[in-house]
Design a protein around this ligand. Structure first.
Ligand code: PGA
Length: 253
């Protein structure tokens, strides 16, 4: 059966109390849905809420972080380490989100170093984001960009392959209301699949999400595409009722 992972990325939104309200609603809604082992939900929440959301979720879905530093520890004011995420009971971490790459200037090398740290110093899953800008798309460079960003994946050993999910998030589709076309998504997911295969990923370990303006209305047609193993959702994950509708639409697609 096809995989369907629905991950929320709250970015810099919500207070602790709002987060817990959301978690309670989602937990209740999931307990009323009949889900299969191939379907799962995860929330990437602000650092301060990981521990409380994890506790409140009671394993009914996973709770993760939106970022992590590559150093083990040290003088990095404002940063968070792999050990700290483990301590807060994070189940996964997002690395290489386009907002980290483009607003905070994170390079491919830095993100690769974070990936290595997450693999060596944690046991959690990793959502590794890739995607081209509008200029790169218009210049026909999508494949080159994906190949460049995914060079980091060569560091992943056979036993760690299962901890990784790739999220294809074209930068021009993130937060813009412009969802990529089925053709764009299928083509990029095929390119990513080919890259992972050439890095000796086994077929079951290849999991590729799509992200960028996913909503409750368009999610069913996206998750139905071949090679799409789920979605990463920003704006449409902030309201609990709307996100629950989105999860239902994805799981019944
Ligand atoms: P969006 O964000 O759904 O608001 O486009 C997606 C993301 O940033 O992961």
């Amino acid at each position: 059966m096809k995989l369907c992972h629905v991950l929320a990325n709250w970015k810099m939104h919500k207070t602790g109390a709002e987060a817990l309200d959301f978690v309670r609603s989602l937990k209740e809604a999931l307990s009323e849905m009949s889900t299969t082992r191939n379907q799962s939900v995860g929330l990437a929440v602000p650092f301060t809420m990981i521990s409380s959301c994890h506790k409140e979720a009671q394993q009914s879905f996973s709770v993760g972080a939106q970022n992590m530093h590559d150093a083990q520890e040290g003088a990095f004011t404002g940063e968070i380490s792999a050990a700290m995420l483990m301590d807060a009971h994070a189940d996964f971490v997002i690395l290489g989100h386009s907002e980290r790459r483009h607003i905070f200037g994170e390079s491919d090398e830095f993100i690769e170093s974070k990936l290595k740290r997450a693999l060596s110093s944690t046991s959690i899953n990793i959502v590794f984001c890739v995607g081209e800008t509008l200029e790169e798309k218009q210049a026909g460079q999508t494949k080159d960009v994906l190949e460049r960003q995914l060079q980091a994946i060569q560091a992943v050993s056979a036993k760690d392959q299962y901890r990784l999910m790739i999220a294809y998030e074209p930068v021009w589709a993130v937060g813009t209301g412009k969802v990529a076309s089925p053709e764009d998504i299928s083509q990029a997911h095929q390119t990513i699949t080919d890259i992972l295969r050439s890095d000796a990923f086994t077929e079951d370990a290849i999991k590729i999400l799509y992200g960028g303006s996913v909503t409750a209305k368009n999610v069913a047609s996206i998750v139905a595409l071949d090679k799409v193993s789920g979605v990463l959702v920003g704006g449409a994950s902030l309201d609990s009722a709307g996100f629950i509708d989105l999860v239902k639409a994805a799981f019944t697609a």
